[in-house]
Design a binder for this molecule. Structure first.
Ligand code: CP
Ligand code: NVA
Length: 309
């Protein structure tokens, strides 16, 4: 009897995947970093192709995905919105149908989550979320990997998120539930992560708290994380700077975390805004390892999407 078709392995968000699956990807990423590609074949994606669609700028996501697939034996095609018919009104659904006839996987960085979901609904190949206004799950894979390299298993640890309740804050919330750590979010009341995200975490039994006191959030923290005050596509930069000024990560704030706490930031960073130069360029910062780990984490994600792990 013929085997039933396997569901397409989309990597859309951490809340849509279970912990063992995410762990498989992280284990594969760590193995790739050690130069031991799972399965023994160093080029398991030979003959495979990946389309990278960007509706917003990128340095890390673009370079790490392009090199990750190439180093695993495959190839990448980079597509920027304004040079595609997507930028002239071709639908997301039609773009998904057409690209699925050429490539074996599609990564997209876009604005609204609905566009990511429409792409996934209409593609016949795996779709990877390379950031939306709502989430940034690929980044979290690198972040968890980096934290664990420096501080051991993240389960049971305490992470403080300081600043805007943005796409990264939502993905950290998903990660807290999936990987079993405590997340203390300190943000202005006007910039809290969406209620449905916090409600989801509570329903799942996650330990996620929200305060407007950064010093409370960092108390006992094993890791302190922040992100830009003005994300791609955000308006009202002036209003955000006013609201977020008390949420800058400084040395005195880091001093309230555990002495061995690490500092994480997905980058790009704005020194003197969300973090001081002293912190991001200081001894507790692991941001360069975090940026490097994007490359290894992408390999774990790709190997899973292609059914290799
Ligand atoms: N952290 C991150 O996603 O960086 P890029 O915007 O440069 O891809
Ligand atoms: N929150 C930031 C993350 C950039 C990687 C943004 O969306 O611009």
């Amino acid at each position: 009897m013929a085997k039933p078709p396997q569901p397409i392995r989309h990597f859309l968000d951490l809340d849509r995947l279970d912990q063992p699956t995410l762990r498989h990807m992280l284990d594969a990423a760590a193995a790739c970093k050690r130069g031991q590609v799972p399965g023994g074949d160093p080029r398991p994606l030979a003959g495979k192709s990946l389309a990278l669609i960007f509706e917003k700028p990128s340095t890390r996501t673009r370079v790490s995905f392009e090199l990750a697939i190439k180093q695993l034996g495959g190839e990448a095609v980079v597509l920027e919105r304004d040079s595609m018919q997507l930028g002239r009104g071709e639908t997301v659904a039609d773009t998904a149908r057409v690209l699925s006839r050429y490539v074996d996987c599609i990564m997209v960085r876009t604005t609204k989550e609905e566009k990511l979901l429409e792409l996934a609904e209409n593609a016949t190949v795996p779709v990877i979320n390379g950031l939306t206004d709502r989430t940034h799950p690929c980044q979290l894979m690198a972040d968890v990997m980096t934290f664990e390299e420096h501080r051991g298993p993240i389960a049971g640890k305490r992470i403080a998120w300081i600043g805007d309740g943005n796409n990264m804050a939502t993905s950290w919330t998903h990660a807290a539930v999936r990987f079993g750590f405590e997340l203390a979010i300190a943000c202005p009341r006007a910039l809290m992560p969406p209620c449905e995200v916090l409600g989801w975490a509570a329903n799942e039994g996650g330990k996620v708290t929200v305060t407007d006191r950064p010093d409370e959030a960092v108390r006992g923290a094993d890791g302190v994380v922040t992100d830009v005050w003005v994300s791609m596509g955000n308006g009202d930069a002036v209003g955000r700077h006013v609201l977020l000024a008390p949420f800058q990560v400084t040395e005195p704030l880091m001093a309230k975390a555990r002495p061995d706490a690490v500092f994480l930031h997905c980058l790009p960073a704005h020194r003197g805004e969300e973090v001081t130069a002293e912190v991001i360029d200081g001894p507790r910062s692991v941001v360069w390892d975090e940026a490097e780990n994007r490359l290894h984490a992408q390999k774990g994600i790709l190997l899973w999407c292609f059914g290799k792990v």
